[in-house]
Design a protein around this ligand. Structure first.
Ligand code: FAD
Length: 411
């Protein structure tokens, strides 16, 4: 008799990774995905020749789990120039990573963002973290990132003008209550590799994982309503029984399916896309806003990094508004446009609004009291994976997906 497949609920990065490893171990599986395609939070919409990632996302090439499973060459990764352009007091300051571009070191040291000792601490931390692997990073005692940065000796000005907007765009919260271990994980990955975009949009990460699966193993448009032992009931009434069940949904759906109280807190983000006739930037870098009153947290021009993001003759502008704002759609676009007119002048009035993505459950909040990963095996034949079981990153989704596949395979 043929072995029953493992049932994986959810085809985000975690579920797809779990499936890829099960496939390597020759264990049959079926992935059930409620959405109309695989990818979960990692998807790209194709609109009038523009590639619109569902929220501003970057792929850090140094993620160890990604190196294990993705074909980087096929993704045609295009890197941002390392560093950031900081918008502060009505002007832009370019802070290039001097470890990557040594010729820029004198200018970076003199840039009016933090003191010289502040900048030397960046070098010190880079060297300190270099030998640590992820387990080493996450097993350190943790505090909030804001407390950790301050204890490390960075000035209040460096924290306010650089770390809060820069990390605010990554953590999707500017108070920096996120765990200091997650900060160190991200900091190390920025220095060990590139911050990149796949040529065909961030969704290409998930598309590559899905394309590697056997035909017919992924069913989309299929929502699971409930789990009972190793049997799942689908929204349409159908039931399926597997050799094991893996809950690879986001935190809210996982809590519902596992009859747990939904206690996960999320960080939210909003991404506003514009089309322009020309890029407002002269280099493919991320712009971060150090003005605490600003609505805009960060801005980038993905088509400057990876030209396929916009059709010929156009530029795609991606603007991220961090946190929980209260402005309805058209007012938000107007407010963003007004703020950016202060940055780039009247050219902004010619930008066309393409689309706005509001993502309330963008990242599960990861604070100092949380372990590197929670229990992934919940009962005999019942497992869970996903970023909410570890920390908010593709790497964690892949790590936990791989770990669950390994548990099922007895590896
Ligand atoms: C705007 C934004 C920016 C980000 N930026 C970065 C970044 O720069 N770097 C980084 O490392 N990470 C980033 N992330 C985080 C990263 O995207 C996530 O950590 C990762 O994609 C989580 O994958 P997952 O598989 O755990 O969950 P999800 O992607 O949420 O996948 C869960 C899947 O389960 C499906 N599902 C839910 N309920 C059911 C059901 N009942 N039945 C069947 N299917 C169901 C969902 O449709 C979904 O496809 C970002 C996320 C967002 C939203």
């Amino acid at each position: 008799m043929e072995k029953q497949p493992v049932i994986i609920i959810g085809a985000g990065v975690a579920g797809l990774t779990c499936a890829n490893y099960l496939n390597r171990y020759n264990i049959p599986f079926t992935i059930l995905e409620a959405g109309d395609a695989a990818g979960g939070r990692v998807r790209t919409d194709y609109v009038d020749g523009f590639q619109l990632d569902r929220g501003f996302q970057i792929f850090l090439t140094a993620y160890p789990e990604a190196k294990k499973i993705l074909d980087y060459d096929a993704l045609e990764l295009k890197a941002f120039r390392q560093g950031a352009i900081i918008r502060q007091n009505g002007r832009f300051t370019k802070l290039v990573n001097p470890l990557r571009e040594p010729m820029t070191a004198p200018r970076t040291l003199m840039a009016p963002i933090g003191s010289i000792p502040d900048k030397m601490k960046v070098v010190k931390l880079t060297a300190q973290l270099a030998p640590l692997d992820d387990t080493g990073i996450f097993s350190q005692p943790a505090t909030s990132t804001i407390a950790w940065l301050s204890n490390y000796g960075w000035s209040e000005k460096m924290i306010r003008t650089f770390f809060q907007p820069f990390l605010g765009g990554i953590f999707l919260e500017k108070e920096l209550i996120t765990s200091s271990n997650f900060f160190q994980f991200v900091f190390q990955k920025f220095y060990k590799g590139d911050a990149a975009l796949p040529s065909r949009g961030i969704g290409a990460l998930a598309e590559q994982l899905a394309a590697a699966l056997p035909a017919g193993s992924l069913r989309t448009g299929v929502a699971v309503n409930s789990i009972s032992g190793k049997t799942v009931q689908l929204a349409g009434g159908e039931t399926l029984t597997g050799s094991a069940v893996v809950v690879a949904t986001g935190a809210t759906a996982a809590a519902r399916l596992l009859n747990q109280s939904p206690d996960q807190v999320f960080n939210q983000t909003t991404c506003v896309y514009f089309s322009a006739d020309a890029s407002p930037l002269d280099t493919p870098m991320l712009v971060i806003n150090a003005d605490p009153r600003g609505l805009v947290n960060n801005l980038s021009v993905p088509s400057d990094v990876a030209p396929r993001y916009a059709p010929p003759g156009k530029s795609l502008i991606s603007v991220s508004v961090a946190g929980d704002h209260t402005l309805p759609g058209p007012q938000l676009v107007r407010a963003v446009r007004d703020e950016l007119t202060g940055w780039f002048g009247e050219a902004v009035s010619g930008w066309q609004h393409l689309k706005t993505y509001v993502i309330p459950e963008a990242l599960p909040r990861f604070t100092a009291d949380q372990p590197e990963h929670k229990d992934l095996k919940l009962a005999d034949g019942l497992y869970r994976c996903g970023d909410h079981t570890a920390y908010p990153s593709y790497n964690a989704a892949m790590l936990t997906g791989r770990m669950v596949a390994g548990m099922i395979a007895g590896k």
